[in-house]
Ligand binder design. Structure first.
Ligand SMILES: [Zn+2]
Length: 200
C-alpha cells in the first residue's frame, strides 16, 4: 500500500504517476530503478530536467522548441519561406522534417481543437499563424494534421481562416491510417502524403 511508504518516496510516486501512460505499478518500477542508480546518474537526470526547464523555449516565429529566440529551422536561410507546413506538435514536425523532402518552413500549433478536452482555437497557435501569413511572403500552407476527428476539424477551421487571405491551402494525402497519428507513420508514408497533397 502506497500509504505505508515514507513521505519522500510517496511524493516521487505521485509525480511519476502524472506522466503519460504511467500507472501506480509503472511508477513504482521506475522509482525502484532510480533508487538503485548511482548518485551521479540521478544528478545527471536532475540537471537535464533543470536545463530544459531553464533553456528550452518556443521559437517566436514557428513555436518549435528553441534555445534562443529562433529555432534552428527558422534560422536556416536556405529554406523556402513561401511554404509553411502546419504541425500538431514538435514531435510530428520532426517526422515530416526527417522524411527529408520538405524544404519549406513550419508552424507548430501545440495541439488540435478538441471540444471534449475543452481545447478551442484560441488555445492553439492559430492566431499567430494567421498573423504570420500576412507578414511573411507565404503562398501555400500545408495542413499536416493527423486524420482524426479533431485533426480534421482543426484543418477545416484553419482553411476557413486562411482562404479569404488568397492563399493556397493544402492537406496531406490520405496515405495515413484514419485515427492514426503522424508520429507512428514511417518516413515513406509522410513523403507520399506530402507529394500527393490536395487543395482544400
Ligand atoms: Zn522556428
Amino acid at each position: 500500500m502506497r500509504m505505508d511508504y515514507p513521505p519522500s518516496l510517496k511524493a516521487l510516486l505521485q509525480e511519476l504517476e502524472r506522466l503519460p501512460g504511467i500507472g501506480p505499478k509503472s511508477a513504482l518500477r521506475i522509482a525502484m530503478f532510480l533508487l538503485n542508480q548511482p548518485r551521479e546518474t540521478l544528478d545527471r537526470l536532475i540537471q537535464a530536467l533543470q536545463k530544459v526547464r531553464e533553456q528550452l523555449k518556443l521559437c517566436r516565429r514557428c513555436f518549435n522548441y528553441a534555445e534562443g529566440e529562433l529555432c534552428a529551422i527558422c534560422q536556416d536561410e536556405s529554406r523556402d519561406s513561401s511554404i509553411i507546413c502546419v504541425e500538431k506538435d514538435p514531435m510530428d514536425m520532426l517526422v515530416t522534417k526527417n522524411a527529408g523532402i520538405f524544404q519549406g518552413r513550419y508552424h507548430v500549433l501545440h495541439g488540435v481543437i478538441s471540444p471534449i478536452e475543452g481545447i478551442g482555437p484560441e488555445d492553439l497557435r492559430i492566431g499567430e499563424l494567421i498573423e504570420r501569413v500576412q507578414t511573411e511572403p507565404v503562398r501555400e500552407v500545408i495542413l499536416a494534421l493527423s486524420p482524426t476527428t479533431e485533426g480534421e476539424a482543426t484543418s477545416t477551421y484553419i482553411a476557413r481562416m486562411l482562404k479569404p487571405l488568397g492563399l493556397k491551402v493544402t492537406q496531406l494525402a490520405m496515405g495515413l491510417p484514419v485515427g492514426g497519428s503522424l508520429d507512428y507513420a514511417d518516413q515513406l508514408t509522410v513523403m507520399r502524403a506530402l507529394e500527393g497533397r490536395r487543395e482544400l
